[in-house]
Unconditional design. Structure first.
Lengths: 647, 258
């Protein structure tokens, strides 16, 4: 097919940020399509700036383009101005490399990282002229796939997806290529959609929604059965055992225009076993798999040479926990940059003074702001969520930061957590005020920002049964907190819009009936719902009402642990007993150690798949397995009650 | 180890898809290329050091150019372990090699045309450049009408247009900034007409899109290309650096599709 670029270019004078649509990034490929090659269109359902840095898509992009039976290009959600121009001129969704229409591809694969982007998935299918519902697609239509963290409850998008991939994509993407290629080569009589779905369902880690049927009784889902012999009863996620075997991306994309996280990103480990009970990422990505330190240094070195970036982020869910992080950081600075200035950032710092020392060693010059995530305002709250940081840990971290030259400290908190009281909410202001007081000892202008998000219980976590706070309650708590914070000069509160939290909650634990709701929101113009200027809760509420569904059923309702959950047939390896036990321990304020450095309590993530943690050092970080800074030695318990599973 | 002058003026073109990036994006592309090449770039002092690059007047996003410039600084004291160093007195820097190598490191669509040593006494590009030649292609009106509007603009004593300055709308007279304007015939873009114009950059510059509004608000921009930037000196129009590598020289070739 021919490039659409000549018809796209005249639109570019009329739209914001036209560089979003032209491609040309360092490291990008312009593959030649051809007979026998399965062509993938990798799609991120948000703007170019948000989607380009996505590491999952960049990894798959290289793997697919390096195979000799596949090619891959990328696409992002066109912003509303561009979408309007495209629809007016009849221009379909296109790839940014060769500017080919979606119809030139065999597969469109979405990364799902946030629930509020789901309506963009529908919009992109529509713009790509792909029949919206999987059931309407024929033998010649694109295969619509999805992967990413949100796929652990994909039911709201089940009607629109041919297949969903659970877990790590590095290996399964090749199996999908082979299976789709073989299906495409079938005689016309055999090349049916059902045949495709059966073949995909046979791949480990792949869920094909059309082969399962949920049943409802009133508002309640009472079951979900496999309706085809090809469909396994439970779909288990894919896990790569050795991150060191996949040193991707090797030539990371270097965009021509500014994007978020515009720097070299090198993933140092995958998985996290700190066991924060609210954290879906920490639950679904287990076990911990560290990249060998030498490979990290090599990837940084190669990446800096390839990109010319002056900043590298060592990414993971808790980078300070990487074995020997200090030596890796100093090696990166010394070796990789060849005398050039390079700044290293460690997203997700642990809250303790030790971590600040590491940060100080790398940020020699620019000490503007440092961020910590205590998540809960009181020790009681943090025991509930298993984020075992004491007030003193935080104060020591703040003391270390301000005394070493930082002037701003940012603290991340959640509100609306299970069992939360007003005292817990006010604890956020109290912690903030104490940190400001510590800062003022060192600088007149020291300031603290507390950034507050509303908690949304997620699938496959210990809180999956718990009620979400109502919009009214969350709003009240935000106001309560703002009122308390006003008393402290130097403390500011930033908060996430509670209405957006409400909408995210509807979708996060929704069942298959949410498909019709999302379709209504999209048809009502509800795209880019994660953008505050576009977000509109009333579109979700109107759509729920039109479908005869109650918002509270999905959000503020307490579920019992024996009820059928819409995602019960999907597994991240975690035993349900483990999740229930963690939920019970949370409600009784009992913590759990990090199993990287303590005996296995069999959550299921390792034992289900015959895996083990891959950790270069079996020594816990200074401060014990939870890094609490309380002087714990290896093998000594953290000073909170522990559940029976730990011993 | 090849050598560089401490101060270098680079001339480059920006054509093709990369023209949809902003001036800031191009600056960042230069910074990345200079790091990739391990050139001994000089940095500013202070809290947040940045590489010392100075560009001429920003090219609007979407415009192509045959004549863009940036002045670079290199440090003899640089600790960068590179294959280049700053030339000492009496050493001849290898400018052609530098231009070629830098060009290879830049993204597609940016061609490094020439590089020349600066003594340090030259004025900055932003101060020195007084006007630019542009090719502007427009659609939306017939030839005769456009000719009429062009003639009317040239004949007018004042051409007031509204434009935003520092967040508020002000009325400016466009006319003094339009040094020449000519309808030359059909353009390269389908159905477009081509205008050649010289627009002043001082005291208050005129951008091609503003010129269009001054001619007729029914016109739509189809294509813009900066052909030259000029420094007025002793009654002559000089280029900051010619494509042949001569500092403050007269244009010897007319580049591109004039």
């Amino acid at each position: 097919m021919e490039s659409l670029y000549p018809s796209i270019e005249p639109l570019l004078f009329t739209v914001e940020r036209p560089a979003r649509y032209v491609g040309g990034e360092g490291g990008s490929r312009t593959p030649v399509h051809g007979e026998g090659l399965t062509a993938w269109l990798l799609a991120y359902p948000d703007t170019y700036e948000i989607g380009l840095p996505n590491q999952g898509l960049q990894i798959l992009y290289e793997i697919l383009n390096d195979r000799d039976d596949s090619v891959a290009e990328r696409t992002y959600a066109p912003w509303v101005d561009m979408e309007a121009a495209m629809r007016e001129r009849g221009i379909p969704l296109f790839s940014v490399e060769n500017h080919l229409p979606a119809a030139a591809f065999d597969v469109i694969a979405f990364n799902l990282s946030a629930e509020l982007t789901y309506t963009n998935v529908l919009n992109m299918l529509d713009l790509g002229r792909v029949p919206l519902h999987a059931a309407e697609r024929g033998a010649d239509d694109l295969v619509v796939l999805a992967g990413g963290h949100c796929t652990y409850n994909p039911e709201p998008l089940a009607d629109f997806l041919d297949a969903v991939v659970l877990g790590d994509g590095e290996e399964v993407v090749s199996e999908l290529t082979v299976a789709i290629g073989a299906w495409r080569a079938l005689d016309e009589s055999e090349r049916t959609r059902l045949e495709l779905h059966r073949r995909l369902a046979g791949i480990e880690g792949v869920y094909v929604p059309s082969l399962y049927r949920p049943s409802f009784e009133g508002p309640r889902q009472i079951g979900l059965e496999a309706i085809d012999a090809a469909a396994p009863e439970i779909v288990e996620k894919r896990t790569i055992a050795d991150l060191g075997a996949f040193d991707y991306p090797r030539t990371p994309l270097v965009p021509l225009t500014e994007v978020v996280h515009d720097r070299l990103n090198v993933e140092v480990f995958r998985g996290c076993t700190r066991g924060c009970r609210f954290c879906q990422a920490g639950m679904i990505t287990r076990p911990v798999r560290e990249r060998p330190a030498a490979q990290v240094v090599e990837m940084v070195k190669r990446g800096l040479e390839h990109s010319g970036y002056d900043e590298v982020a060592l990414t993971s869910l808790s980078t300070a926990d990487f074995s020997g992080i200090e030596s890796v950081v100093s090696e990166v600075i010394a070796e990789a940059a060849g005398g050039q200035r390079v700044s290293v950032s460690l997203p997700s710092l642990r809250v303790d003074a030790f971590t600040v020392a590491t940060a100080a060693s790398i940020q020699q010059v620019k000490r503007t702001g440092l961020t910590f995530a205590p998540e809960g305002g009181t020790w009681r709250m943090r025991k509930v969520i298993n984020k075992l940081i004491s007030d003193d840990d935080l104060f020591a971290a703040a003391e270390a930061a301000f005394s070493q030259g930082w002037r701003r400290v940012k603290l991340y908190f959640l509100i609306g957590l299970p069992t939360e009281t007003d005292e817990d909410v006010l604890g956020i202001a109290r912690l903030g005020a104490e940190c400001v007081a510590i800062g003022r000892k060192y600088h007149q202008g020291a300031s603290v920002t507390a950034s507050v998000g509303g908690f949304v219980p997620k699938a496959q976590t210990p809180f999956q049964w718990h009620a979400q706070d109502s919009l009214e309650e969350l709003t009240r708590k935000v106001e309560l907190l703002r009122g308390a914070a006003r008393e402290t000069r130097g403390l500011s509160i930033k908060w996430h819009e509670p209405a957006a939290t409400a909408a995210e909650g509807i979708v996060s634990r929704g069942d298959r009936r949410l498909g019709a709701v999302l379709e209504r929101v999209w048809r009502a113009g509800g795209t880019f719902q994660e953008w505050s200027e576009r977000f509109d809760l009333s579109k979700f509420r109107d759509a729920l009402e039109a479908e005869g569904l109650e918002e509270a059923w999905f959000t503020t309702r307490m579920r019992s642990v024996d009820e059928v959950l819409p995602w019960d047939h999907l597994s991240a390896g975690l035993h349900k007993d483990f999740l229930i036990g963690e939920y019970e321990d949370a409600l009784s304020e009992v913590g759990l150690e990090d199993c990287r450095w303590t005996p296995c309590y069999d959550c299921g993530a390792c034992t289900t798949f015959g895996l083990e943690h891959q950790v270069a050092s079996n020594r816990p970080p200074a401060g014990g397995s939870q890094g609490t800074g309380q002087g714990l030695e290896l093998g000594v318990r953290v000073p909170v009650g522990l559940g029976s599973k730990g011993s | 180890m090849p050598t560089l002058p401490a101060r270098v003026r680079v001339r480059y073109s920006k054509t093709g898809r990369i023209r949809w990036t902003s001036q800031r994006d191009v600056a960042r592309a230069f910074e990345r290329a200079l790091r990739r090449g391990r050139f001994p770039v000089a940095y500013s002092e202070g809290f947040s050091p940045h590489p010392l690059l100075a560009f001429s007047l920003a090219l609007p996003t979407g415009a192509e150019s045959m004549a863009e410039y940036t002045d670079l600084r290199f440090a003899a004291s640089s600790e960068v372990e590179g294959s280049w160093r700053v030339a000492q007195e009496g050493e001849a820097p290898e400018l052609a090699l530098f231009a070629e190598f830098l060009g290879e490191l830049m993204p597609e669509g940016i061609e490094v045309q020439a590089a020349a040593a600066l003594s340090g006494s030259e004025g900055s590009l932003q101060e020195e450049v007084t006007s630019c030649d542009w090719i502007v292609e427009v659609t939306g009106m017939a030839t005769a009408q456009v000719q009429e509007r062009v003639d009317a603009l040239l004949a007018a004593a004042e051409v007031p247009i509204q434009r935003e300055r520092k967040g508020r709308m002000v009325t400016d007279d466009l006319r003094p900034g339009v040094l020449s304007l000519e309808l030359v015939g059909p353009g390269v873009s389908p159905g477009a007409l081509r205008l050649h114009t010289e627009l002043a950059t001082k005291p208050r510059g005129v951008r091609p899109a503003e010129l269009l509004r001054g001619i007729d608000s029914n016109l739509t921009l189809a294509r813009v290309r900066r052909q030259s930037q000029w420094i007025a000196r002793d009654g002559l129009r000089l280029e900051p650096l010619t494509a042949d590598g001569e500092l403050l020289g007269q244009a010897t070739v007319t580049q591109g599709d004039r």
